[in-house]
Design a protein around this ligand. Sequence first.
Ligand code: SAM
Length: 205
Amino acid sequence: MLMNGIETMLVNSLPRRWLQRFYELSVFRRLGGSVLAGGRVLELGCGAGYGTQLILDNFEAGQVAAIDLDPAMVTRARRRLAGYGERVRVSCGSATDLRGVLGADEDTYDTVFDFAIIHHIPDWRAALDEVSRVLKPGGAFVFDEVTAIALASRTYRLLFDHPEHDRFTAADFVSALADRGLHVGGRVRMHRGGRYLLGVARSRT
Ligand SMILES: C[S@@+](CC[C@H](N)C(=O)[O-])C[C@H]1O[C@@H](n2cnc3c(N)ncnc32)[C@H](O)[C@@H]1O
């Protein structure tokens, strides 16, 4: 589901970039969210490509495939990432159909990043099916998510558009990951009473 104008503006703002750069990256690192040097990385819902740039600059990813449902975001991301050449490819399409968008087979990626996108997908379980399908054995799913508690808050209801049904709590998300063979162990942090969830899930070797 696409973002409305207010959320688009906030996602592209300096505070959001600051949060990604100085907070989320360091939490991911502390939780063991490294990228295999030279590894293949997928980023879901890359927006304007700022997170993709952080992945390219701060982890030793060999190649990053970044996707977004919104063609306008894809255009912005391609512009931002043009200097990285063959190391990055940005495609338009849904995280629920990685074969259709990227031709992604089973066991393709070493790491999949989700910087706050899966709560935008009505069939979020289908996106997790795809993550578990394309991750290599022993691969990492690095996520930052917004839960049903935040989405039900007055601020979110007034300012943003999100799917109305089948929203997930932190426990729902972790349990849906485990059902797909992706285990967080202790590598998960909740913030603001379970409104936000950051973690690293590993697929079985
Ligand atoms: C809250 S923004 C996050 C953008 C960026 N990752 C960040 O953290 O700043 C959510 C993004 O997910 C994209 N999106 C929504 N549904 C999607 C889907 N089914 N597949 C891929 N991207 C999707 C939106 O277009 C938007 O760019």
